[in-house]
Design a protein around this ligand. Structure first.
Ligand SMILES: NC(=O)c1ccc[n+]([C@@H]2O[C@H](COP(=O)([O-])OP(=O)(O)OC[C@H]3O[C@@H](n4cnc5c(N)ncnc54)[C@H](O)[C@@H]3O)[C@@H](O)[C@H]2O)c1
Length: 303
């Protein structure tokens, strides 16, 4: 049984993702009436965002009217609003009520678990599982352990989420904003700056991503993508465009300060394992076919 505590935008989407994955789910959100919670979740479940055939046997949904209903859960996904003191109080309550082996994962966007659960006797079972929004449609979830989170808890969380079709990405350690929002933040801050400088309109900034890199990123990660954009792969790419990247670096720094030999080797190893240079043209051809199909699909389907 999976428990969802807090069933707003994120909790209801998590509930749908777990139900679709075949798990029985109990949702608890005392501020919202049961009928609304059921409708929210079922609505999300009815939108087939699985990218494949809906499961023949989705799990059973229970709307709990008491906290005690969570006591039989093997995994609880906390999804209450982003308020550190409310999360601390809830975690303390959960730690007292749940069996010792139950995992408590938080959907928090930016609060570190070491700041939320450090004082609890069962702190080793607490971990951040921060989803891309909405998790029933987007697979990526970043897993952020605190220094006290048990390795076994991280591994069971990854296995559970992989089992329902999510893509867990584990961070080595906590860092402000984790990784997903740091990446989004870097892009948004640059867009804001370009608008502020009067270089581009807000609509133009959105179009540059929506109708440009964003379409490519729907198919390839940014690193895989630039690997295909130079004949010698990613190393060749950063050599050809070194002067441009030097120009983006903060004062007094250059690309090579970030792209150390060790980092360069790690990027190269990853990209060549994904696409050896001998297969790069075939992958470019598949990319181009997929982009044409994506473009045609978008023309028919406004969001
Ligand atoms: N909205 C996003 O884009 C997004 C993306 C990723 C992660 N998150 C994170 O997910 C969490 C939830 O965000 P949201 O957008 O779903 O918020 P929301 O306001 O839509 O939903 C929060 C729900 O929690 C309920 N709640 C509050 N205290 C509770 C308690 N003690 N017990 C049970 N239920 C309680 C509220 O009644 C509400 O329905 C936050 O930590 C947020 O940072 C949000």
């Amino acid at each position: 049984m999976i428990g969802i505590v807090g069933c707003g935008l994120i909790g209801s989407s998590w509930a749908a993702a777990f139900l679709r994955g075949g798990h029985d789910v109990v949702v608890f959100d005392p501020a919202v009436d049961g009928q609304t919670l059921r409708e929210r979740t079922v609505h999300r479940l009815s939108v087939d965002a699985s990218g494949g055939a809906p499961p023949s046997a989705p799990g059973r949904l229970t709307v709990a009217d008491a906290f005690d209903a969570l006591s039989g859960c093997a995994y609880v996904q906390e999804s209450i609003a982003e308020d550190a003191s409310a999360k601390r109080a809830l975690f303390s309550q959960l730690d007292r009520a749940l069996a010792t082996e139950t995992i408590v994962a938080s959907s928090t966007s930016a609060l570190c678990m070491s700041d939320l659960a450090a004082d609890l006797p069962g702190r080793a079972r607490f971990v951040v599982a921060h989803p891309a929004t909405p998790p029933h449609a987007l697979p990526c979830v970043e897993i952020v352990p605190a220094p006290f989170t048990a390795e076994e808890i991280v591994m069971r969380t990854e296995a559970l989420l992989s089992g329902i079709g999510q893509t867990p990405v584990r961070l080595a350690h906590e860092m402000p904003g984790f990784a997903m929002n740091r990446l989004q933040g870097a892009l948004l801050l640059e867009m804001i700056d370009l608008v502020r400088e009067g270089v581009v309109t807000p609509g133009g900034a959105d179009a540059l991503i929506r109708d440009g890199f964003g379409m490519r990123w729907a198919l390839l990660g940014p690193l895989e993508a630039v690997h295909l954009n130079a004949p010698g792969g990613i190393n060749d790419y950063f050599t050809r465009y070194r002067a441009m990247f030097d120009g983006f670096c903060p004062d007094g720094t250059r690309l090579d300060d970030l792209l150390t030999p060790q980092t360069r080797a790690a990027l190269q190893e990853y990209c060549l394992a994904e696409t050896p240079l001998s297969q790069a043209q075939a992958r470019r051809d598949r990319r181009d076919d997929a982009l044409a199909a994506l473009r045609a699909w978008r023309a028919e389907r406004a969001v």
